[in-house]
Design a protein. Structure first.
Length: 141
């Protein structure tokens, strides 16, 4: 299950043959994201397990399993901001129940990220996915 926004990223990655072009595209996705207000860069929104500083702020509309999931995120590393943008495309607009059903490793593998990220970045990406799943599960009840 992937959103239309994520499918657009997959199509762009399919078009870009070279990993360096894909890497630049990830950075561009990060640059296009609005920054997270400094007031929300607090321990409660910080994602542990990332080599870079990462903050995820959930924005959930509604209650229970049908509540719509969205989030804002930011990082002090441009590539990580791009990874946050990719995760935003993967999860934003889904119900909180659907968020927990997303097979994130399989979806992200469609982009080849699993083959081209350092182990630290891969661990950080997994930590972000787990945080998103946890936030959604808490809302779903």
């Amino acid at each position: 299950m992937a959103t239309a926004a994520f499918e657009d990223i997959v199509e762009t990655f399919d078009f870009l043959d070279d990993w360096e072009d894909r890497y630049r595209h990830v950075i561009e996705l990060g640059k296009a994201m609005p920054p997270l207000d400094a007031a929300f860069r607090v321990p409660a929104t910080k994602v542990e397990g990332c080599a870079s500083q990462v903050w995820l702020l959930p924005r959930i509309e509604g209650q229970g399993p049908s509540a719509r999931f969205d989030f804002q995120g930011d990082s002090d590393a441009m590539i990580v901001r791009g990874l946050i943008a990719i995760l935003h495309a993967l999860y934003s607009g889904l119900s909180v129940a659907e968020v927990t059903d997303v097979a994130a490793p399989a979806e992200l593998a469609r982009l080849g990220l699993d083959q081209h990220l350092s182990s630290q970045r891969s661990n950080g990406l997994r930590a972000m996915v787990e945080r998103i799943r946890k936030l959604a599960a808490e809302t779903a009840g």
